[in-house]
Design a protein around this ligand. Structure first.
Ligand SMILES: [Zn+2]
Ligand SMILES: [Zn+2]
Length: 165
């Protein structure tokens, strides 16, 4: 019984750690890879940046090349889950689930709430202070002062200054 509890706790910890770790991965990939050597995949997500229109008025024509990054994260998560289930080893399953939950959160917040690629009514009504700050912080990323100054590369964790507005 004690071992079973320990295994459950460990899986839960792995699940939460995988989720949190993904914010670090997303931040560093965004800063050093997407705005680095894979800029050609990410460029179309910034195509509206120079037009002085509100973030939610930006035009996204269906899929972006940038969406390929979802596959980059989804494929390892799926492999971890399927392999774990197949081998009856549950740690990778929970790690894969943590990565997947982060992906879903990123999709809901970044693509639905911030960019409104699909207008989900329940997301339009959100008034939570933290989420408003998340939107402000991401807006700063889309409003660089010059072509090299894209600040704020994370999504859920960002400098405090965005919370004060
Ligand atoms: Zn970017
Ligand atoms: Zn964006």
């Amino acid at each position: 019984m004690l071992t079973l509890n320990f295994i459950c706790m460990l899986n839960l910890v792995l699940f939460i750690l995988a989720f949190l770790f993904m914010e670090l991965v997303a931040w560093s990939n965004h800063k050093y890879i997407m705005h680095g050597f894979l800029w050609r995949w990410h460029k179309d997500h910034h195509q509206n940046d120079r037009e002085k229109i509100a973030l939610d008025q930006m035009k996204f024509s269906g899929l972006e090349k940038n969406d390929l990054f979802f596959l980059v994260y989804a494929i390892p998560a799926i492999i971890l889950i399927i392999t774990g289930l197949y081998l009856h080893v549950y740690e990778p399953v929970f790690i894969g689930a943590g990565i997947s939950l982060y992906g879903l959160t990123y999709f809901l917040i970044h693509d639905m709430l911030i960019h409104k690629r699909i207008k989900l009514p329940f997301l339009q009504k959100i008034q939570a202070k933290y989420l408003k700050a998340v939107v402000e912080a991401h807006l700063a990323h889309h409003r660089p002062k010059n072509s090299t100054d894209f600040n704020n590369f994370g999504l859920l964790i960002f400098p405090n200054l965005f919370k004060k507005k």
